[in-house]
Unconditional design. Structure first.
Lengths: 83, 162
């Protein structure tokens, strides 16, 4: 699965994107964020406050309970501050 | 009717006059144009800033803006929409975003421009980072921006026609 990171989540993780083999137990966006948080210090820092993490599956906003089955790319980012 | 819609994300400076003129050129059906311009200020929370650095999600940013332009077109009788959003390093005084809406009459153009900006702030994947003498920091999302976007949800479509 291709995972993209933006803004301070990208800076904390230390990369803009990566290809990850996910365990079968990771079924939703919420599961993914929790699982990523356990991958080491940088990830733990990036995902320490799960409530603020926003997500998009294949470039469409989704909620934490969204299923990730069949997704091509999942993006994780903080609340948006454009305009 | 197909409404001319233009959405652009650019690292170059935005020419407000040229963008606005492009929307009305050769048209005699447009009676009202509203151009909202968002400009980089030189202070953030009372502190002087050197620049803003705008990050975005290429591909999704354009798609997400387009979805809201389509919704604006369903709600108001628009004759044209043009959105230009800058990314990269932006200095105080330079334009960050331009939202131009055209209609036969003013109310639709005013309301659609406000609607588009409210959604752009909270749903379009852009992130602002501040550069100061002391270092850099990411701007935090503001609750009042969410509230501004939420108020449109309860409004019936086409309530502001003509």
């Amino acid at each position: 699965m291709k995972i993209l990171y933006f803004a301070w989540i990208r800076e904390r993780v230390g990369k803009a994107e990566e290809e990850i083999e996910l365990p079968a137990s990771v079924q939703t966006v919420g599961d993914l964020v929790q699982w990523l948080g356990g991958r080491g210090e940088q990830y733990a820092h990036a995902f320490e406050n799960r409530q603020v993490v926003r997500a998009a599956i294949d470039r469409i906003h989704v909620r934490p309970e969204a299923k990730i089955t069949g997704a091509r790319e999942i993006a994780l980012f903080p609340p948006m501050t454009g305009g | 009717m197909i409404v001319p819609m233009s959405i652009r994300i650019t690292e170059d400076e935005i020419d407000v006059t040229a963008e606005t003129a492009a929307l009305t050129r050769g048209r005699t059906d447009i009676g009202a144009v509203v151009a909202f311009t968002g400009i980089c200020r030189d202070d953030e929370d009372g502190e002087r800033i050197a620049a803003l650095v705008l990050d975005h999600y290429p591909g999704m940013a354009e798609t997400e803006i387009a979805r809201h332009v389509e919704e604006a077109e369903a709600r108001w009788p628009l004759l044209g929409v043009r959105i230009v959003h800058r990314v990269g390093r932006i200095k105080p005084g330079e334009v960050i975003v331009l939202a131009v809406t055209a209609s036969a009459h003013r109310r639709a153009a005013f309301e659609a421009a406000e609607f588009l900006m409210d959604y752009l702030k909270t749903r379009a994947p852009f992130w602002k980072k501040v550069e100061r003498a002391a270092g850099t920091s990411w701007i935090e999302a503001r609750g009042e921006d969410d509230a501004a976007a939420a108020r449109w949800r309860d409004r019936p479509k086409r309530d502001a026609a003509e």
